[in-house]
Ligand binder design. Sequence first.
Ligand code: UDP
Length: 329
Amino acid sequence: MRNILVVGGAGYIGSYMCKYLSKHGYQPIVLDSLVYGHREAVKWGPFFEGTMSNADLLNRIFSTYQVSAVMHFAAFCYVGESVTEPAKYYRNNVSSPLTLLETMREQKVNNFIFSSSCATYGEPLEIPISEAHPQHPINPYGRTKLMVEQMLADFGNAYGLKSVSLRYFNAAGADPEGELGEDHQPETHIIPLVLQTALGQRESVSIFGDDYPTKDGTCIRDYIHIADLAQAHLLALEKLLDGMSGGQYNLGNGDGHSVKEVIETAGKITGMTIPSKITERRAGDPAVLIGSSQKAMRELGWKPEFASLETIIETAWNWHKNHPGGYVS
Ligand code: UDP
């Protein structure tokens, strides 16, 4: 069985990736600081508590297990916080992965899959966004993701590192089997906030602006199910292990939904009234973000299976109603 080091494997997307890897014959080895991750979500292989900035710990893992590839899901991901606390973001999202990549080089581990982001594109010049779109991120979070992409390209040229950067649009949904889901502290993402409101845990959902140039005035995003993200990671992994040198791929559904549509759809699925109120725009929110994922479909053979907003929200609702307090409940 091939070992895959999953950094951030106790988090929302990383934990599902571990389950998916295990189902497909790989052994995930989790390294997670548990700052945001959940110990309860690590079930499919060995667990090491720590960060990828700890070269001694990485060396210990690499000398204990023959690792075929590393997947990195351990970036901090709050855009607003990245503006007020950039040092935290450059430390965790840029400096720590540099230690990981240097240690991989020393240990001759040559395959890397990176969770990148549509935030690397910044304000879109055209929709849908393809991989050829210029990358001009507008916040420190997006810049940290782009810096790692650039580091990967340079390590590829100089040291032969093979890497795939997967640029996610809005990751959403929960394990279709109901075992794993989204439990962020604090929660800032629209779908869990809407579902917590449906559960009565919040009084109302704030809609950040209804004066955008969109059909109903609210922002449009391309929501992509975590199971479809996991599928893309596995395909990319198998291509790398088969000899592909690497690349960058968008992962989205090529279809957008407004904030109002998300709230309406969640209302139908939950059967609950979901109160909402219009508030100020949130800084740094483009009106529309929709990705073209033709390249991932063509080159990786990626076929999203949970593309509809209804399915995304249904799986998320199934998790939230059974875990009203998150992993602790
Ligand atoms: N949003 C909102 N109210 C909230 C949280 C988010 O209206 O309480 C909007 C946000 O402005 C964006 C969309 O929902 O247009 C998705 O935001 P989220 O934070 O989930 O993901 P992001 O697009 O920032 O990655």
